[in-house]
Structure formats: structure tokens, C-alpha cells
Design a protein. Structure first.
Length: 338
């Protein structure tokens, strides 16, 4: 469906997107994820036709889009800076793309009603946009983007303005809706929870490059680099010398997954792999703090040697602040980073 080949965008001396190649298959939902300034929005704007690339090509269904204007690309946009028209009612907003295409009035009305049903706002045609809640406005914007049946829907921080609870609900609804419609989606977010809940594939960007691309599970389980690991919030990273089935680190010996190549590397231990036990066993650590995280408690530890550690444990097992514990590591939560 979409193929980017070696796309580069420069702003003066700054390279915002650096020889990026990316394919999006029919019906696939791909989320670009990354810190601020990593080039996500610029890449999206290139695909939309809002930003000409300095080098590289954008193909939609095999056709080079060089020189093709936004409205002829057959893509739907739901961008942060793409607000609803406040002077039009909900129906007028949703019908916008259909009017532009010269659709007949009764076809417009039918399609608007269908879309409003789909986004959970049946019968809202005559409501004023200003009288809608933030979440309702997002749904209208989505209906407007979907109305002309775009071959590719592009979303830039689609739920950015909304509070967390609503975002978590809407993201699940969006995924179901796109699945039902078979919509191909390229979305941008800096919120990893949103990306992981929405996407079939997550593309993590760093300084205009793709740092990692994979299914949410893949990326979560096997971050490819220290950058990706830390971006996902994993901070238990340490230098390690791997020999055989173990690694020597400042935290002592850590078991590594079978088949890990020998050498000096960085190693990540996911918090679930940090086991707390008797102070006589393993690495002695002092409990510095505890944070309640819903299903578990995150325990911050100061080890006798090496950088701070975070452990994850069940509420009832969480040691008190100031306690001294012994830490051991489980190999299935250890990732040797590239
Ligand atoms: N129109 C522009 N003129 C000059 N520099 C720009 C322009 N647009 C983007 N940039 C720069 O290009 C880089 C990438 O920006 P971009 O907006 O694509 O990042 P992003 O990952 O989407 O960030 P955010 O999450 O903050 O939106 C940044 O350094 C930004 O300052």
C-alpha cells in the first residue's frame, strides 16, 4: 500500500528525516513512536504531501507521489493542527471531504449518518461543534477523515488532547473500528501505551532514523538497543561481559538467554526479572522507594555495587522502605542489547 524509499527531509542544516525506508501493508496499523523531534510528524507530512522530501520516494499502491497534491493522494488526515470548522455543525464537518468530491446531497447525508453511527455519535448531525466534549470532537474529526473512504488514514497524536482514561477507552475503540473497516493506518504518537494498544506494528524513531520496527510484543520483549529500552521506560541497563550462559556486571553475575554471543555488551534486566529475597542471597540492596502501579509495585533499589535497580513485585510481597534485600536475576527477563 505505502512504500517509503530512502526519504530524507532537511530543514537548513538539520536532518529531520534521514534516509528512512518503510512499508505499510494493506489493512495494517503502523504507529510511529519516538521522543519529541525524532521526525515522526515530518515523515507523516511527507506521506500526506504537505512536505516535499529532499530525497527519496513515496509510493502509494505502487505509484510515485512526487508532485501529487494532498487532495489527490486519497489519504485521510486527522492532524493536531487540523481543527474542526467551528462555524459548521457536526454534519457539515463530516461531509466536508464528500462535498469536495462533489458527492450528491443524499449520498452525503447517508454517508454522514453511517459515519456518525460508526464513531458512536448517532444522530449528532445538527449539533454545534463548540458544544461537544473533547472526546466527541475527536470522534467527529475521525468521522470526517474516514468519510471519503481514504486508502490510507493518517493520524497525528489522535488522542493527544484528551485525558488518560478517555484515551485508553478510545484507543481500544479505534483499533476495533479500523479492524472492522479494514482501514490502513499510519499514526504518530509519543505515548507508548497508545502506540502499543493501537498498532499491529510499532516503528520507534530516533533522530530521523528508525531505531526499531516490530510488533508491540516484539519491541516490548526484545528492545533492540539501549535507546529503545530506555524510551520504553526500562532503566535496568548495565555494561556486561558475556561468557557462556552468564554475564559479569557491576551487579554480579547475571544469567543470559541461551545462545547469547560472547563479548562486551549492554544488558537489560526487565523489572520482572529482579527477584527479591533473603539479604544473605545474591546482591545486597536497600529499598529506596515503592510506587504503586495498579497490578504491581515498582520497587526502587540501591545495590551495594552498580547502578540503581528497579524490581516489580506483587503488592503483598513488596518490602518496606529502608529494608535490605538480596537480589537474584532470572534469565528469561534478561535482554542482551545491540
Ligand atoms: N517547518 C520546520 N522548519 C524547521 N524545522 C523543523 C520544521 N518542522 C520540523 N522541524 C524540525 O525537524 C525535527 C523533527 O521534527 P518533527 O516535528 O518531525 O518531530 P516529532 O518527532 O514529530 O516531534 P513531536 O513529537 O514533538 O511532534 C525537529 O528538530 C524539528 O525542530
Amino acid at each position: 500500500m505505502l512504500a517509503l524509499k530512502d526519504v530524507t527531509v532537511r530543514f537548513g542544516s538539520r536532518v529531520a528525516v534521514d534516509t528512512v525506508s518503510l512499508d505499510v501493508a494493506d489493512h495494517e496499523i503502523v504507529c510511529l513512536l519516538g521522543p519529541s523531534g525524532s521526525g515522526k510528524s515530518t515523515l507523516l507530512r511527507v506521506v500526506a504531501g504537505l512536505q516535499p522530501p529532499d530525497a527519496g520516494t513515496v509510493l502509494l499502491d505502487g505509484t510515485d507521489q512526487a508532485g501529487v497534491p494532498v487532495h489527490r493522494r486519497g489519504v485521510g488526515l486527522m492532524f493536531q493542527d487540523h481543527q474542526l470548522f467551528p462555524q459548521r455543525d457536526v454534519g457539515g464537518n463530516v461531509a466536508f471531504g464528500l462535498r469536495m468530491r462533489g458527492a450528491a446531497r443524499d449520498e452525503q447525508a447517508r454517508r454522514v449518518a453511517e459515519l456518525l453511527d460508526l464513531v458512536g455519535l448517532p444522530g449528532a448531525e445538527r449539533r454545534a461543534v463548540a458544544a461537544l466534549s473533547g472526546g466527541e470532537q475527536q470522534r467527529v474529526a475521525l468521522a470526517r477523515a474516514l468519510a471519503p473512504r481514504p486508502r490510507l488514514l493518517m493520524l497525528d497524536e489522535p488522542l493527544g488532547q484528551l485525558d488518560r482514561g478517555l484515551r485508553e477507552r478510545l484507543v481500544v475503540e479505534l483499533r476495533q473500528l479500523f479492524g472492522r473497516l479494514g482501514t490502513t493506518v499510519l499514526a504518530v504518537t509519543h505515548d507508548q501505551g497508545e502506540a502499543f494498544a493501537l498498532a499491529d506494528r510499532v516503528v520507534v524513531m530516533r533522530d530521523g532514523h528508525i531505531a526499531q520496527s516490530g510488533t508491540p510484543l516484539d519491541v516490548w520483549q526484545r528492545p533492540a538497543s539501549e535507546f529503545v529500552a530506555r524510551f520504553l521506560g526500562f532503566d535496568n541497563v548495565v555494561e556486561a561481559t558475556v561468557t557462556g550462559g552468564a554475564a559479569d556486571t557491576a551487579w554480579g553475575q547475571i544469567p543470559v538467554p541461551a545462545g547469547s554471543a560472547p563479548g562486551t555488551v549492554r544488558v537489560l534486566v526487565r523489572p520482572a526479572g529482579v527477584r527479591l529475597g533473603d539479604p544473605a542471597d545474591g546482591l545486597r540492596c536497600t529499598v529506596e522507594g515503592r510506587t504503586f502501579r495498579g497490578h504491581h509495585v515498582a520497587v526502587r533499589l540501591r545495590p551495594e555495587t552498580g547502578p540503581p535497580l528497579e524490581a516489580e513485585c506483587a503488592l503483598r510481597d513488596a518490602p518496606a522502605e529502608g529494608a535490605v534485600v538480596g537480589v537474584t536475576f532470572t534469565s528469561d527477563e534478561v535482554v542482551v542489547l545491540g
